[in-house]
Each structure stands twice: as C-alpha cells, then as structure tokens.
Ligand binder design. Structure first.
Ligand code: WTA
Length: 658
C-alpha cells in the first residue's frame, strides 16, 4: 500500500485527554475563533506579549508578495529572551540544561545566560561587529551556540548558523553568499564518541572566505587549548572564546552591553536551506514578526507552563533549533534541555535517560528519530521513568500512522497528546498543528492551521480544493514569513509567489497535501526537486552538481526513494566519462565525494552506473521514471522517451544490484 492509501484509510481520532484539557492554556476553540475573526488583531495581540522599546501602531503592510509587520515598532530579541526575565522571578530559573555527549552537564540560569550574552556582545563589539553585519556560527549543540546567537541579536548583527555537519565547501559558500565578517566555531564536536574537527573544517573553508576578519574558537574538546596538532590558531585572526570572554568588560568595569534598538523589520538572521537549484537559498527573517510567531506558537502549541522542562531534539543549525530551542522557548522564559550528541550513544536509550534525568515534560522530535526508536524496540524507553512527560511533538516530515501510534503508546503511554507540526524554514514558525488541549488528533495529520494562519489546497490552475488532494498554499501573510532570499529578491518572488498567475498573494509551500471532510490537512511531502532525507532538506540539484564535479562523472540524475527509517533515501543514476569504468570502488568514491562536497547527510544511498539516462526528445531527464525504477514500481508512461530501451535496461540493472 502506498503512503497515500494508508493515510486515506486512517480513521482513528484522539480527542484531548480530559486531564490535559482541564489545565491547558487553550481548552476550547476560543483562540481559533479569535484568529479567524480578525487575524491581524490576533497577531497584534500576540506581538504585544513581547517587550517593545517603542510600541508599534501599524500591524500589517501588505504589498504582495512583500509584507511588513509591526513596522514602526522597535525592540531587541535578546531583551525579550533574557532581560525581561532577569528583572523578575525567573532570574534564577534554569534557562538551559546542557548535556554533552561524553556526559558532562552544565545548567545556565537566566541570569547566567544574560551575563554571558552581554559579555559576548562586548566581544563582538571589540571584534568590530556592527549593526547589520553578518556573523557565521558553526558550532556544536553547546550553550555557546545559544549565547552567540543571542549576542548577535543584542548588537543587531545578523547571524547565519551553519549546521556543524556541513562540509567546508558548504560553509564557505554560505559565508561568501552573505559576506560574513566573523565566524564563531569550536575546536571539535562530539558525535558517537568521535571528535569532529570543526575548526579544521572551518580552516579549509576560510582559505576562500575573504570577508572573514575574525574567528572565535570555543574550546569544546577536553585537553589543553594549546593542542596545536588538533587546532591551529592563526595569530591575529583566530581567538579562543574563553580568553575573549575573560577580558570582556566595558569602561565602567561591568559586563552590561546595552541592547541595540532594532526596527521590527530589521533582520534577525539568515538561514540557508535547499531549493530546486544547486545553490542553497539564504532565507531571511525579521525581528518583530519572527519573534512574535515563534513565541506565540511555542506557548500555545506546547501549552507551555512555568514549571515545564522542554526538550526539542533538533540541531541549532536548522530552523527548528532557531525557533524552538532558542527564540520561542527563551522568549517564554522556559527551561530547555540542550543535548549535544547522538540518540544511540553510548546506548540506544540515551534520549530516555535524559528525559528521566531532567524530568522532561514536553518532548519534540522528528519522525525519522521515532522510526529509529521503533526499530530499536520498546525495551529502551521502558527502562526509564517517563511519567513526567505530558506532551509530545513531531516535525520535519510526514509521520506515518504506525510511527505515530508507537510514539503515542511507548513514549506517551497513551496519556500525552501528540502535536504533529507542519512548517518550513521559510514560514519561521509552526503553521499547521493541533492545539493540544483543543484539537482532536488523527495519526498522520498535522490537523488545522494555527490561529491567525490561513491555508488552502489548490490545483495547478489555482482552483481551490475543499476535500481531496492538492498543492498546499498559505493564503494570508503571517508575521514570521520569510522577507526575501538574501541577495535575490527575484528568486523569492519566483519560488514562492508565482505559482498561480495573477495571484501574487498566495504563498506556494512546495508541499502536496490532502484535506479530509473535517478540514484536517494531511501533508504528503514535497512536490518539487527537494528531498527530505531523515528530516533534512536536500536539493536533488545540489547532489547532482556534487556528482558531476567528480572527474569520472559525465552526467547525473538524483531522485528520492521511499526509505523505512529516513523517509526518503537518495538514489543517483550516473553516466561515466570515457576512460572510466563502473566499479564498486568508484561507487564508494562517488558517495564519499558527495559527502565531502556537501556533508555526510547528502551521501547517496544507491548509485547506479548507466550508459545512458532516460530523456525526453527535447533532452530533459525523466526523473519520474527514475523514481519508478528506484522504488521498484512498474514503469509509468514511457511514450515521450527518446529511447525507450534505456529505461528497461536500467530497471534490469537496478534489480540485479539490489
Ligand atoms: C516537511 C522544517 C509533514 C515539508 C521545520 C516541508 C513536514 C519541509 C512536516 C520543510 C510535518 C515539515 N509533516 N511534512 N509535520 N514538517 N515537513 O525547511 O515537506 O527544514 O516543506 O523546515 O519539511 O523543511 P524545513
């Protein structure tokens, strides 16, 4: 049965448990009604929960496809995440509970975090960082990553966090695209007992990054910081984090760095994500609108209470880490768990040990992780006391009903609502989701739009579909929408607001979905050339470019194929240049080559060598047929092929290889 068939048959429904609903922030449809009655007024009310330096008087200025929210207001994101908490009873509350992969632990109170962010803001001043400058952050999941982001926000610099698993070349391209002035990295990062040499990777990138003036290096690795064999410090350019922090004082001897007054529309960050071309897009987010939606969704989707211990397992290098580890939870004054390493290190029970150790109450993870837990077996979570958990979340890819039910049973013990949250780097915050005390959930459905968000399904002609399948669109602007693509506004317009001619007001999400009789959305996945591998967005074109960069490769076509754990796996079809012959060794070499060019997450699962690729008479590669081959399906329509023989032979070869 295909995923779609499974979803179409899903009839189970789980109303919020009464015990949960009773104490929930939202236990009825009041918030949805408020959002529907007047979305702008709803968002303005949410925005007023933030601390503004100068209150806004305008809510929305909308010149499709460009929106501005709260544009005449001013604020600072770090003040909202820190200063306003340390002035009150949250001063000594844990903000971050950190656990490193080797088992080291650190707890930072709001006061600790406030002091360190101020100090690092002074460091940024000393390094010459000014309002509007870009700062690249290439760090493991350690408190310094949060400190660095918030310090950038404090001085008005735009941060660009690059996932620590990306290669030197990926880092280089991201730094150069937005011309970052400073890079913040670490000597190493722990992963499955190994130390990933982040600074060495960064050095490779920096050989071709003329805009970088200074590099700050966190000492993460145990041992002496002067271990030159592992970490080379280039005098004048590179600085140890701990040394700079020791000296970070202002003229009066204090550590306070006054927050920069930012306009709501000033940029808070740029974050690169994959699209349909080989070049990742720098998604740009504002300060006021982004923070409003990140904070409001965190509060209501996770039913966040003062005494919660909240854990989002995403990496800070992805948007989920930005909105739901840093800005959303900290703006709400929450206690957040931060874990550095792998879920199966040293054993497959690590996540559950962490949940028990810190009494985690809200747990937010990805379906790919849930499917791995399922495969490992329920005995791992069963070893721990998970009775503090009260709410579970899922994000990043469609969750199959089977995984949903397993999560419900073996982690939530039938007691915890599950919020399946649909959103994107571009949307900045959760868009389609249950409110756990108000929305009945159905396994596999992200349910309904968040209050103040309007979604629709359209066919390619722009006709709206009430019940059935279609292309997912957002039909009204929302505060945390991307403002543009860094340096390429035309690409922003073309990618997101040009799908339906004459309707520059409709945001095209790139996902297909279905809507049922209850108005519930069931996200089916990408309809463009973007893959979702274990919750990571990867463009087929990026992988193809990496492959053809290898001297043996003439041409490459990459498709996604369904994969039990990862959701999608990468299958590549490759033709070789004259003088090169297919071999197992070459296959391994090509897989490594892609991992080196982009990062290990993009390593192809399958590579098939072929004398030819199936093309239309006009020379276009027919990926649809390649997907059929990779997934072992009967071939679809082949009548438009220039040479129908090519696919039959490819199919035989593929099956022989399996
Ligand atoms: C997919 C991650 C189904 C979708 C926050 C989207 C989902 C892409 C869900 C964005 C979900 C995210 N159900 N699919 N709950 N959440 N997706 O930018 O295809 O890394 O377009 O943002 O992930 O990935 P991104």
């Amino acid at each position: 049965m295909s995923d779609l068939d499974v979803l179409l048959r899903e009839e189970r429904s789980f109303p919020p448990p009464e015990s949960f609903r009773r104490d929930a922030l939202v236990g009825d449809d009041a918030l949805h009604r408020e959002g529907a009655a007047d979305p702008d007024a709803f968002w303005a009310r949410m925005a007023r929960e933030l601390t503004w330096i100068k209150p806004f008087t305008r809510t929305l200025d909308w010149t499709p496809p460009h929106a501005q929210w709260f544009a005449d207001g001013t604020l600072n994101a770090s003040v909202n995440c820190l200063d306003r908490h340390v002035e009150g009873p949250r001063r000594n509350k844990a903000a971050l509970i950190f656990e490193g992969e080797p088992g080291d632990q650190r707890t930072l109170t709001y006061w600790d975090l406030y002091r360190k962010v101020n100090q690092f803001a002074l460091v940024l001043d000393r390094l010459g960082v000014k309002k509007g400058d870009r700062v690249a952050i290439y760090l493991p999941m350690i408190p310094e990553a949060v400190i660095a982001m918030l310090a950038c926000a404090r001085v008005g610099a735009i941060h660009s966090v690059v996932f620590g698993g990306f290669s030197p070349e990926s880092l280089r391209d991201r730094i150069n695209d937005s011309q970052c002035k400073v890079l913040i990295t670490a000597d190493g990062s722990y992963r499955r007992g190994q130390v990933i040499p982040l600074k060495r990777n960064a050095d490779k990138a920096l050989a071709e990054c003329p805009s970088i003036e200074h590099v700050v290096v966190v000492q993460r690795r145990a041992g002496a910081p002067g271990d030159a064999a592992f970490t080379e410090i280039k005098e004048g350019r590179d600085h140890w984090w701990h040394r700079l922090m020791r000296e970070a004082r202002n003229a009066d001897g204090g550590f306070y760095r006054a927050p920069e007054e930012m306009s709501a529309e000033d940029l808070l960050f740029v974050l690169y994500t994959s699209g349909t071309t080989g070049k990742p897009k720098g998604i740009v987010h504002s300060t006021g609108g982004y923070l409003t939606a990140a904070a409001a969704t965190t509060k209501y989707v996770f039913d966040l209470k003062e005494e919660d211990v909240y854990w989002c397992t995403a990496d800070i290098g992805w948007v989920t880490g930005h909105s739901y580890i840093v800005y959303g939870p900290l703006a709400n004054g929450a206690t957040c768990v931060l874990y550095e390493g792998a879920p199966d290190w040293p054993e497959k029970d690590r996540f559950w040990a962490i949940c028990e150790r810190y009494g985690v109450t809200i747990f937010y993870t990805a379906p790919t992780a849930i499917r791995a837990f399922m495969k490992w077996g329920p005995e791992f979570p069963a070893r721990y006391d998970l009775s503090r958990l009260r709410l579970l979340g899922s994000v990043g890819e469609p969750i199959n009903p089977e995984a949903w039910m397993w999560y419900h049973e073996h982690i939530g013990h039938g007691r915890c609502p599950i919020v399946d949250t649909w959103w994107q780097t571009e949307t900045g915050a959760i868009m389609i989701t249950p409110l756990p005390g108000a929305t009945a959930t159905k396994p596999g459905s992200a349910t309904v739009p968040f209050p103040g968000v309007s979604a629709a399904l359209l066919d390619s002609a722009g006709q709206e579909i009430e019940v059935g399948g279609g292309l997912l669109a957002l039909t009204r602007p929302w505060p945390s929408m991307l403002r543009t693509i860094w340096g390429d506004d035309q690409r922003f317009v073309d990618t997101y607001f040009s799908k339906w001619p004459g309707r520059p007001d409709l945001y095209f999400a790139g996902d297909g979905a279905k809507r049922d009789e209850d108005g519930y959305y069931w996200i089916l996945g990408r309809v463009d050339d973007v893959l979702n591998v274990a919750g990571h967005r990867i463009g087929t074109m990026e992988v193809e470019s990496a492959l053809v960069d290898h001297p043996a490769v003439a041409e490459a076509a990459v498709v996604g194929k369904a994969h039990e754990l990862k959701g999608q796996a990468i299958a590549a079809f490759v033709t070789l240049r004259a003088g090169h012959a297919p071999s197992g060794a070459l296959r391994d070499e090509l897989r490594d080559h892609v991992a080196e060019k982009i990062g290990p997450i993009a390593r192809p699962d399958d590579i098939l060598f072929s004398a030819d690729l199936p093309k239309t008479r006009s020379g276009k590669i027919m990926r649809r047929l390649l997907r059929d081959i990779a997934e072992g399906r009967a071939l679809g329509d082949t009548t438009t092929l220039a040479d129908p023989g090519v696919v039959a032979s490819l199919k035989d070869q593929y099956e022989a290889q399996e």
